[in-house]
Design a protein around this ligand. Structure first.
Ligand code: FES
Length: 139
């Protein structure tokens, strides 16, 4: 039921771990399944130079977290802000419909880490960016 790309990221997730003293840190959880994801960002000159994640979650949460880290590493903050869970799942050749909500953790984890970066550095927080601790059960 999972694509080859999803299985590849589940078996061999990229950028797993943590960054000590991250410039941005986000943690989001899904209250229905109890899955939790953390994102750590290192940012220099408006570029995401390093990113790591830890997920206590299902295969779809691991694969989407892994893929999103690959998609935004080396990108500007504005580019990272525009990445959506739909783009991430497309890059993984799709997810089964009932697992689509898992990809929201990856998207919201990045956004929570970016919110943390902007607010910690007294920078204007872009419109619509919120501190997010939980996501909706299904999306
Ligand atoms: Fe919880 Fe997938 S079932 S994130």
């Amino acid at each position: 039921m999972y694509s080859e790309k999803v299985m590849d990221h589940v078996r061999n997730p990229r950028n797993v771990g943590e960054i000590k003293d991250p410039d941005g840190y986000g943690m989001v959880g899904n209250p229905c399944c109890g899955d939790v994801m953390e994102m750590f960002l290192k940012i220099e000159n408006n570029i995401i130079v390093d990113i790591k994640f830890r997920t206590f979650g299902c295969g779809a949460a691991i694969a989407t977290s892994s893929m999103v880290t690959e998609m935004i590493k080396g990108k500007t903050l504005e580019e990272a802000l525009n990445v959506t869970n739909k783009q991430v799942t497309k890059a993984l050749d799709g997810l089964p419909e009932q697992k689509m909500h898992c990809s929201v953790l990856a998207e919201q984890g990045i956004r929570a880490a970016l919110y943390d970066y902007y607010s910690k550095h007294n920078l204007p927080v872009p419109e619509g960016l919120k501190q997010s601790k939980t996501v909706k059960c299904a999306d």
